[in-house]
Design a protein around this ligand. Structure first.
Ligand SMILES: NC(=O)c1ccc[n+]([C@@H]2O[C@H](COP(=O)([O-])OP(=O)(O)OC[C@H]3O[C@@H](n4cnc5c(N)ncnc54)[C@H](OP(=O)(O)O)[C@@H]3O)[C@@H](O)[C@H]2O)c1
Length: 225
């Protein structure tokens, strides 16, 4: 009571100081224990977090996916981009949680080793990267279709080798809707594939029929595995 009064009127007696010191020492010890426990907890949380890989992380669809995965808090996200230093990928580093849980790796779909390193140790892989030309390609077979198909094969092989539990591939309406044999009015599902020959002959709806193969072939490949 005396101590309380003394401290209230602003007098600091030796007893009060020693009580305070003991209190402070105890407080520091308690804080140390709490901080240690907090560190252990966050290390345990980091160890419990699953790693997932998103290919083509800087692209339109993949960026939203990375944001969603980071927002869940329980994933460590490995995003592949062709050039991690490119300013067009800067938005990824600014995402909430990116500092602690996003790793950007350099990988090209046509380089198997780079894909294999990116998916190693991941529980799940979202394959989103694909050449998506903004205009007409002069050589779509080589520039668009080959990377899409070979890239998908590389991703699937690397995931198989790394025993990845689940692979998700982004699809597109273009993969299913140019199918003249599909009953009119029936809802499109995975039993329908856009007709490859019609796409090659350019007899499908615009634009860029050959580019549709970029969307159809890898998906058909994926669904057959
Ligand atoms: N956008 C849509 O509304 C929509 C709708 C349905 C389906 N999809 C499908 O979703 C996928 C992504 O579309 P998006 O609109 O997000 O396209 P996007 O913004 O152009 O993203 C594609 C990504 O693929 C990467 N990529 C291209 N070639 C690559 C290669 N050889 N190696 C490694 N990465 C490569 C690009 O990375 P770089 O930055 O390194 O070039 C780019 O970040 C496509 O398959 C598309 O068909 C999109």
């Amino acid at each position: 009571k005396t101590l309380e009064t003394a401290s209230w009127i602003g007098i600091r007696c030796p007893l009060q100081r020693s009580v305070k010191r003991r209190g402070a020492t105890k407080l520091r010890a308690a804080e140390g224990t709490r901080a240690g426990a907090g560190r252990k907890k966050s290390m345990a949380a980091a160890a419990a977090r699953k790693s997932v890989c998103v290919t083509g992380a800087g692209g339109f669809v993949a960026s939203w996916l990375v944001k969603l995965l980071l927002s869940k808090g329980h994933y460590t996200v490995r995003g592949t981009v062709r050039d991690p230093g490119n300013a067009k990928n800067a938005h990824l580093k600014a995402l909430e949680g990116a500092g602690e849980r996003l790793e950007l790796l350099s990988a090209d779909l046509l380089n198997y080793d780079s894909i294999a390193s990116a998916v190693a140790g991941c529980e799940g892989v979202f394959h989103v990267a694909s050449p998506v030309p903004s205009g007409r390609s002069t050589n779509p077979e080589e520039e668009v279709i080959a990377p899409a198909v070979t890239g998908t094969l590389n991703v699937l092989k690397a995931c198989y080798e790394a025993k990845v539990k689940r692979v998700v591939m982004v699809s597109s309406i273009a993969a299913v809707f140019n199918n003249p044999n599909w009953p009119k009015g029936k809802v499109f599902d995975e039993d329908s594939w856009s007709d490859e020959d019609l796409c090659r002959k350019g007899e499908v709806s615009k634009p860029m029929p050959l580019h549709l193969l970029n969307l159809i072939l890898p998906r058909r490949l994926f669904s057959s595995v």
